[in-house]
Write a protein that binds this ligand. Structure first.
Ligand SMILES: [Cu+2]
Length: 74
């Protein structure tokens, strides 16, 4: 058994961001996520426009921030 204290309740959220099309977008999206949760784990697959976030922040908060940044989830 691993001694890894879990201090945050993490949820894995998945988004499809059609407007995320280049390295700049990846950076902007990552910064947008980390603006609402600095500890968020971000995984991005650019070819499929997928964003996966492990975060304690509610989905709607992230969606609002992504829309704000110009990346509306499909
Ligand atoms: Cu771009």
């Amino acid at each position: 058994m691993q001694a890894r204290p879990l201090t945050r309740r993490l949820t894995m959220l998945n988004f499809k961001l059609p407007d995320m099309t280049c390295g700049h977008c990846v950076k902007a999206v990552t910064q947008a996520v980390q603006a609402v949760d600095p500890a968020a784990q971000v995984v991005i697959d650019l070819p499929t426009h997928r964003l996966q976030v492990d975060t304690a922040v509610p989905r709607e908060v992230l969606v609002a921030k992504l829309v704000d940044a110009g990346y509306t989830p499909a």
